[in-house]
Design a protein around this ligand. Structure first.
Ligand SMILES: C[S@@+](CC[C@H](N)C(=O)[O-])C[C@H]1O[C@@H](n2cnc3c(N)ncnc32)[C@H](O)[C@@H]1O
Length: 223
């Protein structure tokens, strides 16, 4: 893991409190089957094992990230609880009506809302939950799809306004300034100029990236 990846992952850990809050809104389930969709290096995946007694399947299309997650799983003795698979959601071979919870954070807008909703509807049990961690502006444009694809919005849990700036980009900005000032190797952060441009954009538009967790429940068998 590069210095940049380590540093940004540590910053993203601050957002786990919103994930926990959203998870606690779900009804208690004895041993839920949970799909961590687009798990990346597994920041959320490990949390699911702490928050529930469930069986967790974590999928991603990126084997490098899955390898990192596999190391974390081994180090924490969680191999009996978490299974990782290199898999594209749109080519998944899970049975129909299989999962109690499908959880995604920042993934469905990459795959496409319609196709993701359709795929998640197929693999979720009726009454199961699809939890989306999404930018509010993005979700606003796709709200009509919730009912169209057989779901009901149970709860929207907004993260604090501007928290991407205060909790992530501002500390990242300070770190990069420190690297620049101390004339440390700027390649400690790969693509440093691109990150600086992203930071400037978020600083100028602090609410554009405001996020929420959306808890949807599958209510219709067929769509
Ligand atoms: C923004 S990252 C989110 C990572 C993780 N959920 C987190 O919060 O740390 C999006 C992830 O979705 C994965 N991804 C993109 N397309 C996918 C697909 N079709 N099926 C499964 N995963 C996908 C990417 O490889 C990437 O790791």
């Amino acid at each position: 893991m590069s210095y940049k990846e380590l540093y940004t992952e540590r910053l993203r850990e601050k957002f786990l409190k919103y994930m926990k809050e959203a998870f606690e809104l779900l009804p208690e389930m004895e041993k839920p089957k949970i799909l961590d969709l687009g798990c990346g290096s597994g920041l959320l995946t490990i949390e699911f094992a702490k928050l529930s007694n469930g069986d967790i399947i974590a999928i991603d299309i990126d084997q490098v990230l899955l390898d990192r997650l596999n190391k974390k799983i081994k180090a924490r003795n969680l191999t009996s609880r978490i299974l990782t698979k290199r898999m594209d959601l749109l080519k998944n071979d899970f049975p129909e009506n299989y999962f109690d919870i499908v959880w995604e954070a920042g993934v469905v807008q990459i795959i496409g809302f319609k196709k993701s909703f359709e795929a998640c509807h197929r693999i979720l049990k009726v009454g199961g939950y699809l939890v989306l961690g999404q930018a509010i502006k993005t979700m606003d444009k796709n709200r009509d799809l919730i009912t169209k694809y057989g779901f009901n919005l149970i709860k929207q849990l907004n993260w604090p306004e501007g928290c991407w700036w205060t909790e992530y980009y501002e500390p990242l900005d300070n770190k990069i300034k420190e690297i620049r000032k101390e004339k440390k190797d700027p390649h400690l952060f790969k693509n440093i100029e691109a990150i600086e441009a992203e930071i400037r954009w978020v600083k100028a538009n602090p609410n554009e990236s405001d996020c929420a967790y959306y808890i949807l429940q599958k209510i219709k068998t067929k769509i």
